[in-house]
Design a protein around this ligand. Structure first.
Ligand code: PEP
Length: 248
């Protein structure tokens, strides 16, 4: 069965003091034991947050290198992330695709590197507004998955995590309707069934991301194929983020 997950992507927000304060606030919250909770702070703060962390949540990075080590200025390796307490990484967030020219090929190599190193990841996908408006969203998202993720074997993808994040809903305040979210998630599940069979498909968590907040999380999480959320703006406040977790 797919694990329930609520993850918070802080993006390039918060300084050290704010990050530690939020860690303490999250330490004090009673987080739902059935839900895997992950925070993706700026990578700089994984170590100090990890040292302060007492609550039942994990820390991850918003990006990591597809290389093991060496002359890659500005990059961070999986082993470096693990050495400071990070357990998971995002791959292919739309902002990395758009502003850092991350190609499907590059994302595929990050997926392979994570699998080879037994490092958990959340693979992000989602269509821009122009594609949604022209009715091409299913083909677009399917292609993203085929190009960078579906080359994995059933064993490699089993228990993995996909986040569907329509670009037009990220940071805009516009949320996909329950019908739009469930329709895409249902299709992603059916493609997983086609490629990997029902047992593996049902074991993969498909998260929704895009202006998810305390007021709409319950409705979104009640969709049969929505296994949780990847939360941006609303994860920056411990009260909002824990309210979203409690929505389950
Ligand atoms: C995100 O960037 O992953 C995201 C979902 O952002 P927001 O919740 O702010 O739309």
């Amino acid at each position: 069965m797919a694990q329930k997950i609520v993850a918070g992507n802080w993006k390039m927000n918060h300084d050290l003091e704010q990050s530690l304060q939020l860690t303490e606030e999250l330490n004090a919250k009673q987080l739902d034991e059935d839900v895997r909770v992950i925070i993706f702070p700026p990578a700089l703060f994984v170590q100090p947050m990890s040292a302060l962390k007492e609550g039942d949540f994990e820390l991850g990075v918003q990006n990591f290198s597809q290389n093991t080590d060496g002359a890659y200025t500005g990059e961070i390796s999986i082993s470096q992330v693990e050495s400071v307490g990070g357990t998971v990484g995002l791959i292919g967030h739309s902002e990395r695709r758009a502003y850092h020219a991350e190609s499907s090929e590059l994302l595929k190599s990050k997926v392979d590197h994570a699998v080879a190193n037994n490092f958990d990841f959340i693979f992000c996908c989602g269509e821009p507004l122009s594609v949604r408006e022209s009715g091409g969203e299913l083909a677009f998202v399917k292609k993203q998955l085929q190009e960078s993720l579906f080359h994995l074997t059933a064993n490699q993808i089993d228990g993995g995590v996909i986040a569907y994040e329509p670009v037009w809903a990220i940071g805009t305040g516009v949320t996909a309707s329950v019908e739009q979210a469930e329709d895409m998630h249902k299709n992603i599940r059916s493609w997983l069934v086609e490629v990997y069979g029902t047992a593996v498909a049902n074991n993969i968590s498909i998260l929704y991301g895009g202006s998810c907040k305390p007021s709409n999380a319950k409705e979104l999480f009640s969709c049969p194929n929505v296994d949780g959320g990847l939360i941006g703006g609303a994860s920056l406040k411990a009260t909002d983020f824990s309210a979203i977790i409690q929505s389950y």
